[in-house]
Design a protein around this ligand. Structure first.
Ligand SMILES: [Zn+2]
Length: 471
């Protein structure tokens, strides 16, 4: 059994994760709608799923992670019309943008990134089953709705009284004649100027909710372990996913529901519909490093709301600077002496505390506290020159090991561009030859490539100035 415990939104309980199958943990995350660049509120939700996936893998579990790409919906149709391009072209452009931002933020690439438009057959089959079982009905315009009155468990996830549902949520109520205002569209009948597919259930296009049921079940099976998303998706999106999936299969859909709290900025919820937007690309252009943004988005527990501000980014930058300084010091450290006898125990205790914190519903604050206790301890040992050269390598290996989960440390020297490595080597040689002019020239050349060097008693230390900048 996994030592990991997670807080399930449906039951309100924090329970041990017990994978349903012995071939690994199956996770589905609601992904981006590719009609514009994702904002950092979206990325907070994606990066919390990334933290979960990394932690489970670090704990030795096999994980299969699926994140959908919504490439057909009202917003994409409107966006494409506004820009005068096809929906395929718009979706492609912003999918590429999403992947660039995700890579810059070091998000683990999901095992599958299924697209709605490539799963029309599965969507149609699922809706056909719901029609057969009388959980869905057609309207005159060719649309198909889920009949909420046929599903008494509706509202459990969001803890809503079914009778009170959807008051004020009359989206498109005038455009589609439904039996009950609470019912939601599974399939939207064709309209002039909108893309549509000719299928066994008629001409039209899928509603948004059904795609996640169809794609999660296509790639993970009818019942799977974990479903993640932002809390704004609990209702109606995830409530609808449960109803339509379980009504079709008769099986429990998801074992554990995880929801990430909002990102607040200037006191209001981050959403694309407000003018209050911060996108990763804009922050990178303003000089924020991708590592600092990743750290800032991860450093607060996923169920606590996070305030995004210049101060939170500055705090993330300061935390990274401390980590970078320690990594650089350990990389450069040379001391020919006996091993520090108390080091192995200190490293093991730090790893234990870090892992135990994340096992506890991804308690990142405690995990980071354990990490920075270790940073202080190692800095003291370096200062006192208590470590041997091998000890320093051992400590560095532990930091790299913990960073498998966090993904915030500078890349190991091995990952350096060979051209930069050559400049660093030349500079080391120049200094050994006391050729200060060459040393200074190489320092400037490295600086121009975003690498700052500093000379210490252990030799030359380098760090990256800005991780990733792209427009
Ligand atoms: Zn979804």
């Amino acid at each position: 059994m996994s030592p990991v415990r997670l807080h399930d939104t449906l039951t309100g309980e924090t329970r041990p994760l017990e994978p349903l199958r012995d071939d690994g943990v199956r996770i589905y995350s609601c992904g981006p709608t590719v009609y514009g660049p994702a904002h950092i509120g979206n990325f907070r939700s994606f990066l919390f799923a990334d933290l979960l996936v990394r932690h489970l893998r670090w704990r030795g579990q096999r994980v299969r992670w699926v994140m959908n790409i919504t490439d057909i919906d009202d917003k994409i149709i409107r966006g494409a019309a506004a820009e005068g391009v096809g929906i395929g072209e718009l979706a492609e452009r912003y999918l590429e943008r999403f992947l660039l931002d995700a890579d810059a933020l070091r998000m683990t690439r999901p095992d599958v990134l299924p697209r709605a438009t490539e799963h029309i057959d599965e969507i149609v089959a699922l809706i056909a089953t719901l029609l057969e079982r009388d959980h869905a009905y057609r309207t005159d315009d060719g649309s198909i709705f889920f009949r909420i009155a046929s599903w008494p468990a509706y509202g459990r996830l969001a803890r809503l009284d079914p009778e009170q549902l959807r008051v004020g949520e009359r989206v498109e109520a005038d455009e589609y004649a439904k039996d009950d205002v609470r019912d939601f569209a599974l399939w939207k009948g064709p309209k002039p100027g909108e893309p549509s597919w000719s299928t066994a259930i008629g001409e039209g296009r899928p509603g948004w909710h059904i795609e996640c049921s169809a794609m999660s079940m296509a790639h993970l099976g009818e019942s799977f372990d974990i479903h993640t998303g932002g809390i704004d998706l609990i209702f109606p999106h995830h409530e609808d996913e449960i109803a339509q999936s379980e009504a079709a299969t008769g099986q429990p859909f998801v074992q554990t529901w995880l929801h990430c709290a909002h990102l607040q900025s200037s006191g209001s919820k981050m959403a694309k519909s407000t003018g209050n937007i911060a996108r990763p690309g804009e922050l990178f252009e303003a000089g924020v490093s991708a590592r600092a943004l990743r750290y800032a988005l991860l450093a607060v527990h996923y169920r606590a709301s996070l305030s995004h501000s210049d101060e939170s980014l500055a705090a993330a930058g300061a935390a990274l600077a401390r980590l970078d300084a320690l990594v650089a010091a350990l990389e450069a450290y040379r001391e020919d002496r006996a091993a520090d006898a108390s080091l192995p125990e200190a490293l093991a205790a730090a790893r234990e505390a870090f892992g135990a914190a994340l096992d506890d519903d991804l308690n990142i604050s405690e995990a980071l506290a354990a990490l920075f206790d270790l940073v202080r301890d190692l800095n003291r040992r370096i200062e006192a020159r208590r470590l041997s050269t091998e000890d320093a390598a051992r400590a560095l290996a532990l930091l790299r090991d913990l960073d498998e989960v966090l993904g915030v440390l500078p890349a190991p020297v091995d990952d350096l561009d060979p051209a930069i490595q050559r400049l660093l080597d030349e500079r080391t040689t120049a200094r050994a030859a006391r050729d200060w002019a060459a040393s200074d020239r190489l320092r400037d050349e490295l600086l121009a490539r975003g690498i700052s060097v500093e000379d210490t008693r252990d030799g030359q230390r380098w760090r990256r100035l800005v991780e990733v900048t792209h427009g």
